[in-house]
Design a protein around this ligand. Structure first.
Ligand SMILES: Nc1nc2c(c(=O)[nH]1)N[C@H]1C(S)=C(S)[C@@H](COP(=O)(O)O)O[C@H]1N2
Ligand SMILES: [Mo]
Length: 334
């Protein structure tokens, strides 16, 4: 198989990449040398490498590195492109996590329009590029925790959601933001069997949506977002369970009442509106005290290895976000 190695690899990694990226690169080179990965090439962003699958996806030009980087004391390894793009929840395609990426080919993420409406001063149908300016996009490595118990670390490319919200200027009466995700029967083979009422709806309190950690995501590893991860535009709220982060968003509505989010509508005893990552509040059918960090690199993706680790309050982002919930009983508002 084709082996492409970029010349920047000759430069000591530590000189051109931050420590976390360096470790991830070392990991990758070790795996590549061991033959675990078929093809290697140098990716431009942050000096990381990836297999050919990455290069099928178009570059996002000019992604900036962000000051929000991973705490390497908690996480030394960023999940690989393959792990992030071949183990997904996106029920509109299939409920089988390992197969979403195989069922997305019919989906067309371009062009993309987002309707902004409700309690907002500049309602309109916006072209995505007018809502998220490509020049503003930065990369942030965030932990991601699914309510089902698995977790990953991903390098998302996006802008703070607050940038968009300021651009469209909510009215002072707006208290919540509701996100509606796309429904396209011709392009989404899992709709009939997905078990939710479509469209998938999520929402945040306006102050959660304005929080600097809340990201409007358009890319991954410096590449355009693959469909299975929510192309062309999804949210990532790193201190909340993954279901709060809607994919392929087509509508942003500002409201004064709490949005009826899909999972809370479907099973209110199991899923709430807040869904803050909380090891002390169990899901009715399982504990949330620990999580399984997806790590398919060692044995190949067919044998995803369990790496059990303690789940952190607010997914480790407590210092930044706990004040949003001061005085709230988080067992009641789960
Ligand atoms: N439209 C839509 N958005 C969605 C989902 C979904 O099924 N449909 N799944 C959610 C859940 S449960 C999780 S854990 C994350 C998964 O994101 P990832 O596949 O990029 O890791 O997407 C969230 N957003
Ligand atoms: Mo999830």
């Amino acid at each position: 198989m084709l082996l492409k190695v970029k010349s920047s690899l000759d430069v000591p990694s530590s000189e051109i990449t931050p420590e976390w990226a360096y470790r991830s690169r070392r990991d990758f080179i070790r795996l590549a040398a061991a033959g675990a990965i078929g093809a290697v090439a140098g990716s431009t962003l942050l000096g990381r490498e990836a297999s050919d699958a990455v290069f099928a996806q178009a570059d996002l030009p000019g992604v900036k590195k962000s000051s929000y980087v991973l705490d390497t004391k908690l996480d030394a390894r960023i999940n690989s492109w393959e792990e992030i793009t071949q183990y997904n929840n996106y029920y509109e395609f299939t409920t089988s996590k390992a197969n979403v990426w195989k069922r997305v080919d019919a989906f067309k993420p371009k062009p993309w329009t987002v309707k902004v409406d409700g309690l907002v001063n500049k309602p309109a149908d916006y072209h995505l590029e007018d809502l998220i300016k490509p020049a503003d996009v930065e990369e942030r490595v965030y932990r991601h925790r699914c309510v089902e118990g698995w977790s990953m670390v991903m390098p998302w490319d996006g802008v703070p959601l607050s940038n968009i919200i300021k651009r469209v200027d909510p009215k002072s009466t707006a208290k919540f933001v509701e996100f509606t995700t796309v429904v396209r029967p011709e392009e989404m083979p899992g709709l009939p069997t997905g078990g939710l009422d479509w469209p998938y709806i999520e929402g945040l309190r306006l102050d959660e949506a304005m929080h600097p950690l809340t990201l409007a995501v358009v890319g991954l590893y410096g590449k355009e977002l693959p469909t299975q991860d929510g192309a062309p535009f999804r949210i990532h709220v790193p201190w909340k369970y993954g279901f709060k982060s809607g994919k392929s968003i087509v509508r942003i509505r500002f409201t004064d009442t709490q949005p009826a989010n899909s999972w809370a509508v479907r099973t209110p005893k199991e899923y709430g509106f807040y869904a803050n990552v909380n090891p002390n509040v169990d899901h009715p059918r399982w504990s949330q005290k620990t999580e399984r960090r997806i790590d398919g690199a060692a044995k190949g993706l067919e044998a995803i290895r369990n790496q059990t680790r303690p789940t952190l309050m607010f997914n480790g982002y407590g210092d930044q976000v706990a004040s949003l919930y001061a005085g709230m009983d988080l067992a009641k508002y789960f």
